[in-house]
Write a protein that binds this ligand. Structure first.
Ligand code: ZN
Length: 399
């Protein structure tokens, strides 16, 4: 959805990145706070104090969102799930987890950690504001603390809406998961609530926009659309992961893929392999050992008249870990490697030897069959898992 942010710093060993879109949000917030929030009331702050407060307010928002995501990340890590980082983007933050929670208990703990921390922060800021008032701190400071207190409580409240993939939706799913012992059904219910909430936000945005407050309307419209999209993606992602759980690459790989020898002239490669098998590339194998692969891109670099004289070995690209998988690796890992590299297929290699090939199409056929069997005794799914890889790993989209 958004690009990977630049890593700014590490917190407890977890890289924290900021998407460029967040800087836009920071600018908007500073302006809105300085002109709309902090000058309110009598004896109110005037420039430059209101602008300083606005800057401090945005820093406070920044810290609050990061701490919320950090709470998710730390609990995830304690449950044995690797965390690749935290990224802030325009509508909040995401803690990027490399795996799904192993069970409802871990899911519940991870999901509730963020909102709990936000509630604690909210109460803490309010308490600090009150204490500051008694201690005679300037009104600018106490107002700012109070504002951050409310902001954290709103952040917690919004994320606790029980619609997947918001934190509350994950809490709901984990509870349904325990109650009915049916992961797929729990995911479906939590996602349906998430979609309904997203539609409500879209309608709210439309009403606001039509009644004259265009900026607020567009804001809620966008959050609604992002949430709607995210809930659908998360649903598909959850189904796919569930179906592939426990499957090994060896179970659905294609054995004995068509391979070529390094001595083969390019002319013969084109005539006898590319024209005959219609693959985009072929593994290059010598005595069973994988050397690399050769595709149309490599051939196009060589002028046509040189094809008879040049060999595959001269133009092939050596295989790297990004295009390989072991036959005993999990299907989920294969999916992750494909998704990371944007690849439609991987070579299966055991101890340097080419053992087979897996394609995305094979993976999704497996998913479709498994889900079909699993759903056999339930009402038919309206949205069947689509033939596309979706790896949404966000945990929350705060306001
Ligand atoms: Zn959260």
């Amino acid at each position: 959805m958004f690009g990977k942010g630049i890593t700014f710093f590490r917190l407890l060993g977890i890289p924290v990145g900021i998407d460029a879109s967040w800087l836009l949000l920071a600018g908007l917030f500073i302006w809105a706070l300085a002109t709309g929030v902090f000058p309110a009331g009598d004896g109110a702050a005037a420039p430059p104090v209101s602008w300083i407060m606005a800057g401090a307010g945005v820093l406070g928002i920044f810290a609050s969102v990061i701490l919320h995501e950090l709470a998710h990340a730390v609990v995830a890590r304690a449950n044995g799930i690797p965390v690749s980082g935290i990224t802030l983007f325009i509508f909040g933050g995401v803690a990027e987890l490399e795996d799904e929670p192993p069970g409802p208990r871990a899911e519940f703990q991870m999901a509730i950690a963020g909102p709990l921390l936000s509630v604690a922060l909210g109460l803490g800021f309010h308490a600090a504001g009150l204490a500051g008032g008694w201690a005679g701190l300037p009104r600018a400071v106490t107002e700012l603390l109070g504002y951050l207190g409310w902001l954290n409580l709103i952040l917690a409240g919004f994320n606790l809406v029980p619609g997947f993939p918001l934190d509350g939706g994950r809490v709901l799913r984990s509870l349904l998961w325990v109650w009915q012992d049916d992961y797929i059904r729990a995911t479906r219910v939590a996602t349906a609530v998430g979609s309904a909430f997203a539609v409500a936000l879209i309608l709210l945005g439309l009403m606001l926009a039509l009644s004259g407050s265009l900026a607020g309307g567009v804001w809620w419209l966008m959050i609604g659309f992002i949430l709607k999209n995210a809930s659908q993606l998360s649903h598909r992602h959850a189904l796919v992961r569930h179906a592939l759980e426990g499957e090994r690459v060896s179970g659905f790989m294609m054995t004995a893929p068509v391979a070529v020898a390094p001595e083969l002239p390019l002319r013969a490669l084109v005539d006898d392999y590319f024209y005959r098998h219609h693959f985009q590339s072929f593994p290059v194998v010598s005595a069973g050992m994988l050397l690399g692969s050769v595709g149309t891109r490599e051939i196009k670099r060589v002028p046509r008249r040189e094809w008879p004289a040049r060999t595959v070995g001269e133009v092939m690209v050596p295989s790297g870990p990004d295009s390989m998988i072991g036959s005993q690796d999990s299907a989920l890992r294969a999916l992750a490697v494909m998704s990371r590299g944007g690849l439609g297929r991987l070579l299966v290699v055991d101890h340097g030897k080419l053992a087979g090939m897996v394609t995305l199409a094979d993976l999704f056929r497996l998913v479709a069959v498994k889900l079909d069997l699993e759903e056999a005794d339930q009402a038919p799914l309206e949205d069947r898992p689509p033939p596309m890889p979706v790896l949404w790993s966000g945990r929350s989209a705060g306001p």
